[in-house]
Write a protein that binds this ligand. Structure first.
Ligand SMILES: [Zn+2]
Length: 186
């Protein structure tokens, strides 16, 4: 039987041993945080629930047309990051008049306020994909990769950051000068 991975690498348990060995080595050399800051140089500017709603809707409208409407999108400080693969998608049933109406909500853990846009995009794509595919199966990940071709790499990098965070290493991503000036480059 394979031994359980050491607790610091719990976010990476699904990856092969040679990858974990590399991560362990980066951690021992204190290089993991620097590597992440180099690859993803700045924070995004999606700071409020309203901004998050607009951000999610834009991806939904361009990449997942025809999917069910969302009634709510919000940052959630009570959300445990890994309770459900980094975010939650819920179908809340409420009685409206005499019938039950299902409402779709997306909640994103508050820690994603202070990350690069790539991480926020990955979690957004993950939760949007659940509007069409419930299980984490092949069709689900195909949809994720359709919306974000680099999905798997970014998820891995995000898990590296969560590992770093778990060891007390919150990274302070600087705001992009472009965001400060409120310009958009894409
Ligand atoms: Zn999921």
């Amino acid at each position: 039987m394979k031994p359980e991975p050491a607790p610091p690498l719990k976010y990476l348990a699904a990856y092969p041993a040679h990858v974990l060995a590399q991560v362990q080595s980066l951690l021992e050399q204190g290089q993991l945080g620097l590597m992440l800051l180099k690859k993803y140089p700045c924070a995004h500017a999606v700071r409020t629930d309203k901004a998050l709603y607009d951000y999610v809707q834009e991806i939904k409208a361009t990449k997942l047309r025809g999917s069910e409407p969302l009634s709510k999108v919000a940052f959630d400080s009570k959300l445990h990051v890994m309770a459900h693969a980094l975010g939650t998608h819920t179908t809340v049933s409420r009685v409206q008049g005499s019938r039950l109406k299902a409402k779709r909500e997306i909640r994103v853990a508050t820690l994603f306020k202070d990350t690069p846009i790539e991480f926020l995009r990955m979690i957004t794509v993950h939760e949007l994909a659940h509007l069409k595919e419930r299980a984490h199966d092949k069709a689900f990940y195909q949809l994720c990769c359709y919306m974000e071709p680099d999905y798997h790499q970014v998820e891995f990098d995000l898990r590296l950051y969560l590992t770093h965070l778990d060891l007390g290493g919150k990274l302070d991503w600087p705001a992009s000068p472009l965001y400060v000036l409120n310009l958009k480059i894409s």
